[in-house]
Design a protein around this ligand. Structure first.
Ligand SMILES: [Zn+2]
Length: 60
């Protein structure tokens, strides 16, 4: 399996990514709407985004 961001080998600690950097990049993409939301329920998705935002204030 390879990192979906840069295609390098993944590291167990950061799976499915190769590093924290790539995990952050992915999170940023997700927050900016590049990715389809995992849930079809918009209210649930909003809650999920709120929770992620609280854990990653540097993305604001
Ligand atoms: Zn990577």
């Amino acid at each position: 399996m390879s990192c979906p961001i840069c295609k390098k080998d993944t590291v167990a600690k950061y799976r499915p990514f190769c590093s924290k950097r790539c995990a952050d990049v992915d999170l940023g993409k997700w927050l900016s709407g590049d990715y389809a939301l995992p849930s079809g329920d918009p209210e649930e998705a909003e809650t999920a985004i709120d929770e992620i935002s609280q854990h990653a204030p540097h993305l604001h």
